[in-house]
Design a protein around this ligand. Sequence first.
Ligand code: ATP
Length: 239
Amino acid sequence: MSSDPNDMTPEAQANETTVRFDSVGMRYGRGPEVLSDLSFDLPSGSFHFLTGPSGAGKSSLLRLIYRAERPSRGLITLFGRDASVLPRDALPALRRRIGVVFQDFRLLDHLTVFDNVALPLRVAGQARAAYAEDVAELLAWVGLGDRMDAFPSTLSGGEQQRAAIARAVISKPDLLIADEPTGNVDPEMARRLLRLFVELNRLGATVLMATHDLTLVNSLNAPVLELSDGRLVGKVRAA
Ligand SMILES: Nc1ncnc2c1ncn2[C@@H]1O[C@H](COP(=O)(O)OP(=O)(O)OP(=O)(O)O)[C@@H](O)[C@H]1O
């Protein structure tokens, strides 16, 4: 059978696991382990929240998935492949399948909001005429319709966060990982942004969203990975 998931039947695809952690541990440099004995699966097309107190290791776990950090022990499987043996030149292709909302946004200062959001499509080789309408529509949805030509440094924190979210979802990635993506917006906008992630998930994306916002967690009937002090203390369904 081909290893291209697009060649699989929808049923087989649904049984695929997008992310698998087996007994994963992680440390920064020679420091103590900040993540220990993590084992979980994110089945393809699933939606999970990631919760836990500040410092519990949520961002570190997301960095492992994005391959910004490597585990100090254990096995991480991404899209069915052992992540530890991925050659460096395979990383860009892997990352193109992953939309990331970073906690610190990471917008490019020299590009307008429109061009920041369009970047994943441009990198994928699409022409401006093909994506201009989609980018404008998405920016309007996240409330940035009148800020498209602005540069990131002139935006508020909440506006930067919404631009970062639009950039992460515009290319309809197979996997979306979002680090506290609603931390800088009001509750109504937070619900609106969550709807965007749910819509992406409905289209087939696997979603992992780290958040402190229990109102959002409880608004969806999605499983919760709960971290405490670097360990998973529960994989529970929200009330
Ligand atoms: N670059 C780094 N170098 C060394 N230690 C780090 C680094 N980044 C994070 N840590 C440590 O790793 C642990 C987990 O941090 P992490 O940022 O993953 O937690 P978090 O759950 O995302 O917290 P928050 O909710 O505050 O963002 C903490 O003890 C933190 O001090």
